[in-house]
Design a protein around this ligand. Structure first.
Ligand SMILES: O=C(O)c1cccc(C(=O)CC[C@H]2O[C@@H](n3cnc4c(=O)[nH]cnc43)[C@H](O)[C@@H]2O)c1
Length: 232
């Protein structure tokens, strides 16, 4: 019998929508030492692609944590250049319209809008980013299939989802696949633009990708914590 005490490294799946996000995260990880095996994949834009690609990836490897990551739109509390870490992922536009009102699918009685996240990881991530001088907010991130493009729609999310900080298009898809497989999930967004009236000239994608890169470098110490949890 072998007496070698083999160390099992945590296995993390990072799901991005597009290649530039994948590259930024990969570069961030290479800036430091990670005690983890990290696979970074692209899924395309939108919750359906995110769910399908994540579900396929998790059939091949036993992941300990899944991170939905990339750039995103920020509400007023999350300025361009900041990072938002989810304390809940909300499938915000899943439901039915009733005239001027919106009824979330949960209230219709046949589905869910809110996906729980790994809040312990979120809190540790917030602290790690603070130490790295990266502005980070822990708050709800919504997933939409149609990006918000007016003040009226932005205000509707602010009114319906207390403390909402960011919007993107993949989180609830990744979370759906992760939770079906009982794998903890978290979403991390680097804010590239404000949510509201469409104004592509105000987007700061290069800056957001730079922040995303340094965020993943700063998160490296967290994977010791993740590992201790696996060994319990
Ligand atoms: O041209 C537009 O009006 C437009 C509006 C929203 C997003 C896009 C994209 O091409 C990027 C989609 C991609 O980026 C994430 N993202 C970034 N900012 C936002 C946002 O304000 N609302 C929703 N998604 C956003 C998203 O997760 C996609 O992966 C173009």
């Amino acid at each position: 019998m072998s007496t070698t005490n083999q160390r099992r490294l945590p296995q993390i799946l990072v799901v991005t929508a597009v290649a530039v996000e994948q590259t930024a995260i990969s570069e961030g990880i290479q800036l430091t030492d990670y005690d983890a095996i990290i696979d970074i994949i692209t899924c395309g834009v939108g919750p359906a692609a995110a769910a399908a690609v994540t579900a396929t990836a998790i059939t091949k490897t036993n992941y300990d944590l899944i991170i939905s990551a990339g750039i995103g739109g920020g509400f007023t509390i999350a300025p361009i250049g900041s990072i938002v870490i989810s304390d809940v992922i909300v499938a915000a536009d899943l439901g039915a319209e009733d005239g001027e009102n919106f009824i979330p699918v949960e209230q219709l009685g046949f589905g869910k809008n809110d996906y729980e996240v790994d809040t312990m990881f979120a809190n540790h991530a917030g602290q790690a980013l603070q130490q790295a001088n990266i502005q980070a907010i822990i708050a709800p991130i919504i997933t939409v299939a149609t990006a918000t493009g007016s003040a009226k729609s932005a205000n509707r999310w602010i009114q319906n989802i207390p403390n909402v900080a960011a919007e993107a298009m993949e989180g609830s898809g990744v979370a759906t696949a992760a939770q079906l497989a009982n794998i903890p999930v978290i979403e991390i967004r680097a804010i590239s633009n404000q949510v509201g009236p469409r104004d592509r000239s105000s987007w700061r994608i290069t800056e957001a990708l730079h922040t995303l890169k340094h965020t993943f470098c700063a998160l490296a110490p967290l994977f010791d914590i993740q590992e201790r949890r696996i060994e319990k």
